[in-house]
Design a protein around this ligand. Structure first.
Ligand code: AMP
Ligand code: MN
Ligand code: MN
Ligand code: MN
Length: 291
């Protein structure tokens, strides 16, 4: 049985586990094909690939690129990218260099609210100092006794309108998609149900993503409700796109689903992994497939 999970984080970005430990957990959970998709960094792929080889599971090179679209942060996952591609590397490097300046401003805002030492505190949680992200701040705030756990932090801090939030310009949507495609990869719109966009704006986002060369939508992901999964499955079918499945796992105690433990893709949508692993048997005619 296939169990394909194409969205996972390690401590190379804001996950908690080393890449090899993530792979071992995924293999123990029965994952047969795993992508590591750290934010804006491909530095964990080699370690993960070797661990996957040892575990006898297939490994997919991935990355999750931070994008600003219409003043909103949107994430684009790249799958099967060549991590040595020059433009991809330069693009990711540019995004990473913006993260430290943003972190300094976040820490200043927290200090003004009476929470000193947040930059140093967050950096202590960042295994890769080049990727300083909000979960590192969140773990520091939990450590300080300011919230019970990481999800609770995001209710009171670090989000728009709350202490510690800083506006930031990430990459442009078209840039992110072209870096991924230029590196031989497939661009996937990550967790679309998570963006605070109305249907019309969401449709415009998908239109622009497709115009830029985006080919897939993450239909099954840990924070989608059943209704959202069905909604995006219908979008995939209507637009002739591909569908992805990924847990967006960040580590023990921080994620709703462990690698491989989330629902299957709806049968109505063509899976993105057909791109690199075409089905062994021809598909049944559309009329016999459940929807
Ligand atoms: P950053 O790239 O620094 O803006 O951090 C974004 C990361 O913060 C996401 O990839 C998630 O891992 C985490 N995050 C954002 N919002 C929430 C939330 N409401 N609850 C838990 N984690 C969140
Ligand atoms: Mn994250
Ligand atoms: Mn994301
Ligand atoms: Mn993610």
């Amino acid at each position: 049985m296939q169990n394909i999970d194409l969205h996972n984080h390690s401590r190379v970005s804001d996950g908690l586990l080393a890449p090899a430990d993530l792979v071992r957990l995924a293999a123990a959970n029965g994952v047969t094909d795993l992508a590591l998709t750290d934010h804006d960094d491909v530095g964990g792929l080699e370690e993960a690939r070797q661990a996957a080889k040892q575990q006898g599971i297939r490994f997919v090179n991935g990355v999750e690129i931070s994008v600003t679209w219409q003043h909103q942060t949107v994430h684009i996952v790249g799958l099967q990218v060549d991590p040595d591609n020059r433009s991809l590397q330069e693009g990711l490097q540019a995004i990473r260099s913006g993260r430290l300046a943003r972190a300094e401003r976040m820490a200043q805002d927290l200090a003004r609210a009476g929470i000193p030492g947040a930059l140093e505190g967050a950096l202590r949680h960042a295994h890769n100092p080049n990727i300083i992200a909000r979960p590192h701040f969140a773990r520091f705030l939990v450590e300080q006794g300011l919230a019970r756990d990481v999800p609770s932090v995001f209710k009171r801090f670090l989000v728009k309108g709350k202490t510690g939030y800083v506006r930031h310009a990430w990459a442009e949507l078209s840039q992110a998609v072209s870096w991924i495609r230029g590196a031989g990869g497939v661009a996937v719109l990550a967790h679309p149900g998570r963006y605070a966009l109305n249907d019309l704006t969401l449709n415009t986002l998908i239109d622009e993503f497709v115009q830029a060369g985006g080919e897939a939508i993450e239909v099954v992901t840990s924070n989608h409700t059943r209704e959202q999964t069905d909604y995006f499955a219908a979008q995939v079918v209507r637009r002739g796109l591909l569908a992805s499945r990924g847990s967006d796992y960040h580590g023990p105690g921080e994620s709703r689903f462990e690698p491989g433990k989330l629902p299957a893709l709806p049968l109505s949508c063509p899976p993105v992994w057909q791109r690199w692993a075409p089905p062994a048997h021809p598909e049944p005619p559309a009329s016999t497939r459940s929807s």
